[in-house]
Design a protein around this ligand. Sequence first.
Ligand code: UFG
Length: 333
Amino acid sequence: MSDRPAILVTGGAGFIGAHVCKALAAAGYRPVVYDNLSTGHAANVRWGPSVFADVRDRATLSDTILRHDIAAVLHFAASAYVGESVKDPLKYHDNNIGGMIGLLDACRQTGLRRVVLSSSCATYGHAGPGPIVESTPQVPINPYGFTKLACERMLLDHVAAHGMQPAILRYFNATGADPAGELGEAHSPETHLIPLALLAASRRGPPLAVFGTDYDTPDGSCIRDYIHVDDLARAHVLALGHLMQGGGPLTLNLGSGRGVSVLQVLDAIARVTRRVVPFRTQPRRAGDPATLVADPRLAAARLGFVPRFQDIDTIIAHAAPWFGHEVRHAATA
Ligand code: UFG
């Protein structure tokens, strides 16, 4: 067995999980992927061993923790489509809350205490136009956000009962791709704005449906805080290092603090690829708040985390080759 600390990465075959595994390996850890491959890809598992099983399978999960002498778990495995969660809430209750029950039970059975939970700005709901701080009331407006809030609360209950070490990381909109080009975004079905808009621009997909241009925002389209997946991965390594050194509980937003509207994303894609994104305006998508922008200062203070790729053109330039584009204008980095 390696002397590098073994880190269990549930959902490690998925978009964010795979980028995190790469960052963990580079930081001297041994990522052990645990993934049921419902949305992840076996080809993404390249930085350590894997177990292809479901987090709700508590016996296999406990066995994996013991067999690999796991020092901490990073829990990504979950269903993560806001729109789907509105249409099929039970899937989210079952997979996300059921998965958290499986994880917490396995932690209790095996004595594993360090847990980094993948949470979401979707737990805040309609937080208003200003930057969202971690103490902003969490009032989710879609089942996905509700399940992530439930997972946070469940973890904190177990912290109180069993003395665990938690890090709750609330991501804003994860996007981009590995700057070295080894990993990219490949969801099936794809529902996220930047991949769909890049596919529309390269004519590999239909014209983009812009969900709502009647929001109370400067251009009427929704505003989000897009965080580069490589920065997100680095933040996880920092949070893990904090826990490994005996650091106290963390609850942090992971965002850039910059709001970008849907129409501004389309403009950025046109700048970066020199291709116009064909689009048509559609009604609002159920479950979408007008604005979600992080106040990123607490993550900077607690972990020294500041995103390296803040500029939307750069983020898009890294994602674009995965969707058939040559990057004509590589922005600032
Ligand atoms: N959008 C469109 N057309 C599309 C897809 C998206 O206009 O075809 C809009 C959405 O309405 C939203 C914005 O683009 O305003 C971003 O939508 P995404 O689907 O890319 O991302 P979401 O904001 O819905 O969801 C993502 C993650 C969640 C996370 C959430 C937090 O998928 O896991 O960010 O906001 F919780």
